[in-house]
Design a protein around this ligand. Sequence first.
Ligand SMILES: [Zn+2]
Ligand SMILES: [Zn+2]
Ligand SMILES: [Zn+2]
Length: 334
Amino acid sequence: MENTRLRRDPVSLRWVVISPSRAELPFPGLPVRPPGVPAEACPFCPGNEAKAGPEIHVEREPGSPANGRGWWVRVVADKYPILHIEGGLEKSAEGMYDSMNAIGAHEILVETPEHDQHWAALEVLQLDRILRACQQRSVDLRNDPRFRHVIWVKNHGLPTSLFQHQHSHIVASPFVPPAIEEELRGFGTYVRWKERCVLCDVVKQECAVGHRIILQEGTVLAFSPFAPRFPYETWIVPTDHAHDFGATRTAVLRDLARALQGIVTRIRHLLNDPPYTLVLHSSPLGEFTREEYHWHLELVPRPPQVLGLEWGTGIYINPIPPEVAAERLRQAVR
Ligand SMILES: [Zn+2]
Ligand SMILES: [Zn+2]
Ligand SMILES: [Zn+2]
């Protein structure tokens, strides 16, 4: 079977990850939540560090040994990466169709040493550590000139999650994800028309009318957007304009940690601890950076039955190559 490749749909110009290696993972839309891995076998639990692999980034107690116990947050390579770190960006064409190597980085941020801990129960300090680790990776990954964008996605309690131990995904891609491209068009149009940032204007208007605000923590505002796609969709936005999450000041990160805890706690109480997807949207990197962008987070409880990663990024991951699908369907007459 062929390796993972990025293929571009010629109509929508959307890059899709064709990833036969993910065929063994639970199929998206699986109706039951798998039992989950017990703490003894959990690769994200202290004592099992070797199972999760060497740490790319870590915050740990002073003096504790690398890749051993004593960490607070830990970043490792994903064992089932949608994009692979090795190799060059080989682009190729098959007639009119474009494809390229599925180059990128796919890392797991293990968010707490405790196996069964909800974000709502974490201390703000711990959430702050999570955010700092995420920022650190975003800054580090941009040194790789192959990458145009870094996105951070957290799925909580989704039926497709293999591990219930709190973790999130950091994905660096060689293209700008469709979800960001779409927003960039909106930011670009508005700034040409009004010479202002659309999200700065949204923040001003929401603060003026007030009835869609959920909470404010210092420089971070959380509100229900005017035209949400999903019930209880929540946007979490810094009130001062900033395009690059990687450059966020420590004080803003602390406000963000408080805001996230407030939102997650409310969602948990009101909706009886639903699954949710949280995604960080920030400007593309390097020469593709766009200062009119305004970074933010979007949270959706009970996201539709697709992987949260796909919803949050617009990057679709398909484990069945179309040639295989067509062949199986051709054979399936009887
Ligand atoms: Zn665990
Ligand atoms: Zn702005
Ligand atoms: Zn967004």
